[in-house]
Design a protein. Structure first.
Length: 156
């Protein structure tokens, strides 16, 4: 039963950036601003983001759970710190991009998030390989997000 509650906790924790991001997602004034931007031809419809992000957050939650239950003797502090840092940066991107409408600052922050995410995946790998593998789809999506964000900066 303990593992079940740890699993639920890890999933809930991994969705925190999503809950914060929803406060700044396109609606009202930010929707008007976002819709007026010139975007890449590769920018997907909004529903794609609504499908992809929950999957990625769930994978991150499973990765965190695998780290939590691993019986390794080595310290997990670095992995946990990097997970928290990546979550804070993930939530900050929504605030910068949609809340403050600062696409350039959001792009710079996304590059830092990308680096932290790779560092986190490597720290997870040292504890449990499978946890690291679950982070890589998120990192791949970040590359795509950097491209989309970069194109908005370039085109506007």
């Amino acid at each position: 039963m303990k593992k079940f509650f740890q699993f639920i906790l890890a999933i809930v924790i991994s969705f925190i950036p999503s809950f914060i991001g929803m406060m700044f997602s396109p609606n009202g004034p930010s929707d008007l601003w976002y819709n007026a931007l010139n975007k890449s031809m590769l920018t997907p419809d909004g529903w794609v983001f609504a499908v992809v992000w929950p999957i990625l957050y769930f994978l991150l939650g499973v990765a965190l759970f695998l780290i939590m239950i691993d019986k390794t003797k080595q310290s997990k502090a670095k992995a946990y710190w990097l997970f928290v840092a990546h979550m804070a940066l993930n939530a900050l991107w929504s605030y910068l991009f949609f809340g403050l409408q600062m696409a350039g600052a959001a792009l710079i922050e996304l590059v830092v998030l990308f680096a932290i995410s790779i560092w986190m995946a490597r720290a997870f790998y040292q504890i449990r390989h499978s946890a690291s593998y679950l982070v890589w789809p998120y990192i791949a999506w970040q590359l795509f997000a950097m491209f989309l964000n970069g194109m908005i900066v370039y085109l506007n």
